[in-house]
Design a protein around this ligand. Structure first.
Ligand code: ADP
Length: 331
């Protein structure tokens, strides 16, 4: 596969305490077990893409603390190019997670270095990476809005395909969407974007169509790819009917990171060929497969695992969900 996936986004370390019950305000719960995992949507998406065989460069920032080494080493171990992962003064981004045995959680995120990733840093990285028409620039929003915008602008100016994962959705405006070829929101983000554009209240497809009008597809026809959890995903383009891709039947044990697997897989497929429908089918399969193993990155499949899974599954016939008309049309 020629061409690269250039991910511009966040890197965190997830610090996880597992407890018998979640603490109430002011309460101290003892007896927790502790684990730390590399995370952040950008880092997760880069990992998903690398496992699926993409050549991945990451643009972002970590701090100057020991957690930075963990975050960086995890990406290096996946074969991600971290030459443009800046070491910035201050702490690495952290998600403090307290989870009980039933899976209920409390999460506080301190964005740390992610908040210090500037448009200038992106511009310098893009000057050296020199993306071109064969590349995909994948941008997340756990970094400053101005930086995400600069990345999309630079990707577009150089002829790359631009993908926006609008997570979180707050602050994404028409100017940013206008620089985007393919936007990949989950159901909640789609609703929030529709609201921000004054289009809320319709069905999933109606909201996606509204969002589509705000996109400025340049490299490909603009597309909205909305992920719908266990149901699957829907691809909405200007021409033709929406393409609904149902999740194959899997025994989901951990859905954390499923969305990131989806986005990384989609970006990877769009490097190889620009057929969006094939890319969405592969992304749904990869994301569903990722839910069968624990951890945000733990379940992300390799190309061989994904191909084997696809060979053994006939898309759309599994238990994972069919597109009941109410799910799509009922909003
Ligand atoms: P996010 O994790 O960003 O909220 P979604 O929940 O929409 O995103 O999930 C992204 C993708 O992960 C879905 O499109 C689907 O392919 C897969 N997925 C998520 N949850 C499940 C599940 N319970 N069973 C099977 N696949 C799932």
């Amino acid at each position: 596969m020629s061409g690269r996936v250039i991910v511009v986004g966040s890197v965190n370390v997830d610090l996880v305490a597992t407890v018998d019950h979640l603490p109430a305000p002011g309460e101290t719960v003892t007896g927790a077990t502790f684990a730390q995992h590399p995370g952040g949507k950008g880092g997760n998406q880069a990992t998903a893409a690398a496992r699926l065989g993409a050549s991945v460069s990451f643009v972002g920032g970590v701090g100057d603390d020991p957690l930075a080494d963990l975050a960086r080493a995890a990406m290096v171990a996946e074969g991600v190019d971290v030459d443009h992962l800046a070491a910035l003064p201050g702490p690495t981004g952290v998600a403090l997670i307290v989870v009980d045995r039933g899976g209920e959680n409390l999460i506080a995120v301190a964005s740390g270095a992610n908040a210090a990733v500037t448009p200038e840093l992106v511009a310098a990285a893009f000057d050296r990476l020199a993306p071109g028409p064969g590349d995909v620039v994948l941008v997340g929003h756990e970094i400053p809005t101005a930086t995400a915008r600069a990345a999309l602008e630079a990707g577009r100016a150089r002829g790359a395909l631009t993908i926006l994962n609008p997570a979180p959705a707050a602050g994404i405006d028409r100017a940013i969407l206008g620089l985007t070829d393919v936007v990949v929101p989950n159901r909640i983000e789609l609703g929030q974007l529709a609201s921000a554009l004054g289009l809320a209240g319709g069905s999933t497809v109606e909201e996606a169509r509204g969002l589509l009008d705000a996109l400025g597809g340049a490299r490909v026809d603009a597309a909205v790819v909305a992920t719908l959890g266990a149901v699957g995903a829907v691809l909405v383009r200007r021409e033709g009917d929406p393409v609904e891709v149902a999740s194959p039947g899997v025994d989901a044990v951990d859905t954390v990171g499923a969305g990131d697997t989806f986005v990384g897989a989609l970006a990877t497929s769009l490097v190889g060929d620009r057929d969006l429908e094939t890319a969405v089918r592969r992304a749904v399969a990869a994301a569903s497969l990722s839910t069968t193993r624990a951890g945000a990155r733990g379940g992300m499949p390799t190309t061989a695992e994904l191909d084997a899974f696809l060979d053994g599954n006939t898309e759309g016939t599994g238990r994972g969900g069919t597109f009941g008309s109410d799910r799509l049309s009922g909003g």
